[in-house]
Design a protein around this ligand. Structure first.
Ligand SMILES: [Zn+2]
Length: 77
């Protein structure tokens, strides 16, 4: 199972990004924190959502959870 990381810096869309450990765009060690070891990016996302809703999957390595709109967030207005 891959490790997933969360960027420490907000993206231009004011979100933290989730990356897999083999992503080309993985932030360097100082700019990321380990989320944990998960089977799917969806599980990593659910873990991060417990602490912040400002999160998005990386377009390149976590495409299945990447979008401008994460369902959880959409319900809130
Ligand atoms: Zn990535």
């Amino acid at each position: 199972m891959p490790n997933f990381y969360l960027s420490k810096e907000l993206s231009q869309h004011f979100e933290y990004e989730i990356h897999k450990d083999d992503c080309l765009y993985l932030p360097d060690e100082k700019s990321r924190k380990l989320i944990g070891n998960y089977k799917t990016s969806q599980e990593a996302l659910e873990t991060v959502l417990k602490s912040t809703q400002h999160v998005n999957g990386c377009f390149w390595c976590c495409n299945s959870i990447h979008h401008g709109r994460i369902p959880f967030i959409n319900h809130k207005k």
